[in-house]
Design a protein around this ligand. Structure first.
Ligand code: URA
Length: 471
């Protein structure tokens, strides 16, 4: 009898995790007969606050194909116009996270961290930070994006490394995070599928630039990674998604609020994106720049890139309690650059994801453009403007970004900035070195590069790189 009782107890104990999971799932289950999409659209149209269940209903039913695109786009437009409260935005993010798989890294004892940028020009900080942090013992399961509009994408940049694959199934992604410490992949079909569908609809129905929709889109993908800490880099300025500083601050605060409501530590930096970050724009050019920085060689024009990368990496170390303070964090970062372990980690990641690690030592292994054009200073003076948006659009016309959904990227083209805002130039000094493959494309892009530059005789004030930090 005692034996039978013991066996029953053991049986119940073994079933408990499954039972808890089933109950958890039930919590998000809703009685669909209670809701109708038309009522939900009208409620948002009339600027009334939606309940968690109404938002869950929309996300679940739209993801499952039970709500028509015309009704979903009306609903998204109502959100665009009337905004969402912090609570509604958190409900939306939570519903989108639970529309797919949530990666579970519970078996790892190391802190799980990631960094995400809202999109910029020449922004290759992720590729510097990820190997630095992984070489310092953090685990970085980075799910990144492709270029969006004029902004560059980490995945496109990585694919300029011959053989590199950003497609990994969940099992190999988890294994690489565990064994290598870092894995950078694209959004899989199982991660936040609601975001994939909603984002595609926003893109063609005029609701991309909505604060709660941007915040929930970014955060749902990131929080499905099962993170302990997320560091957000919210860009502001001409080359950013949010051009106005106040809007960027609002976006940063929205993401902090989502993190608080959903129990993930989030820190958001608002950083300058009026001029490109570092010196290189374009896919293989940017990877070469990353390799140089991980090797510890740095040029004057790369100061902003290094300062921002180190700041973001230091926050990752401090917020995971792997560094006591900023001084300790910077010393650890400098050490892994100086002793080559960050570069070694980058090489390990390339190898693990099928790329040719020899690119680290031989830049000729990257695709090279056939021609160079040196854009020279029309007069002497100080550089006041190097407009990030215009330079990015110029690079896109050369082939560095996509103009249509199925454009083929030319990895080899782009631009190298020989000067940055605040530099003094003599007439005829090269300001931008353009790498291109087609005279026709250069002709189309040249006026954008020319218009991006403003030179004046007075000394300009240098743009403040890190404008605000939200905790
Ligand atoms: N990046 C995203 O992932 N989603 C947005 O809505 C905007 C930028």
């Amino acid at each position: 009898m005692i034996l039978l009782k013991k066996a029953t107890f053991l049986f119940i104990l073994l079933l408990t995790p499954f039972f808890i999971e089933a109950v958890d799932n039930l919590k998000t289950d809703i009685d669909k007969t209670e809701f109708h999409i038309l009522d939900i659209i009208q409620k948002k149209r009339d600027n009334k606050e939606l309940s968690k269940n109404e938002i869950n209903y929309f996300v679940q039913e739209y993801t499952n194909g039970n709500i028509a695109n015309y009704q979903a786009s009306a609903f998204l437009m109502a959100i665009f116009i009337n905004d969402m409260s912090a609570e509604e935005t958190s409900f939306l993010t939570d519903a989108m996270i639970h529309s797919g798989t949530i990666i579970n890294f519970d078996e790892l004892k190391e802190p799980i961290v990631d960094k995400h940028s809202t999109g910029g020009v020449g922004d290759k900080t992720s590729l510097i930070i990820a190997p630095i942090c992984a070489s310092l013992g953090l685990r970085v399961p980075m799910i990144s994006g492709r270029g969006l509009g004029h902004t560059g994408g980490t995945l496109d940049k990585l694919e300029s490394i011959p053989g590199f694959s950003v497609d990994q199934d969940n099992e190999s992604y988890k294994r690489l995070v565990k064994d290598v410490g870092v894995c950078i992949i694209g959004q899989t079909k199982d991660i936040a599928p609601a975001d994939k569908k909603i984002y595609a609809l926003r893109d063609v129905s005029g609701s991309v630039e909505s604060l709660p929709l941007i915040a929930s889109s970014i955060m749902s993908k990131k929080m499905a990674e099962g993170l302990d800490v997320l560091i957000m880099d919210v860009k502001t300025g001409s080359g950013a998604l949010m051009k106005k500083y106040e809007d960027s601050c609002k976006l940063a605060q929205t993401m902090i609020d989502i993190g608080k409501n959903l129990n993930t530590k989030v820190v958001a930096i608002v950083s300058d994106m009026n001029q490109p970050l570092g010196m290189c724009i374009g896919n293989s050019l940017e990877i070469m720049e990353v390799i140089g920085i991980l090797k510890g060689t740095s040029l004057k024009g790369q100061k902003d890139l290094i300062d921002l990368s180190f700041k973001l990496a230091s926050l990752m170390l401090i917020k995971t309690n792997c560094a006591e303070d900023e001084k300790d964090a910077y010393a650890q970062i400098q050490k892994v650059i100086d002793n080559g372990s960050a570069l070694e980690k980058f090489k390990e990641m390339i190898t693990a994801q099928g790329g040719n690690p020899d690119v680290i030592y031989d830049q000729n292994l990257f695709e090279q453009s056939d021609f160079r054009y040196c854009l020279k200073a029309s007069r002497s003076g100080y550089i006041h403007t190097l407009d990030a948006l215009k330079i990015a659009k110029g690079c896109t016309l050369l082939g560095a970004g996509r103009q249509t959904i199925d454009s083929q990227i030319d990895f080899s083209v782009g631009a190298i900035l020989h000067k940055k805002i605040g530099s003094f130039v003599n007439q005829e000094d090269t300001i931008i070195e353009i790498h291109y493959n087609s005279e026709e494309k250069l002709k189309a892009a040249l006026s954008l590069f020319e218009d991006a530059i403003i030179i004046d005789e007075d000394v300009p004030s240098k743009p403040l790189l890190i404008k605000k930090i939200f905790n």
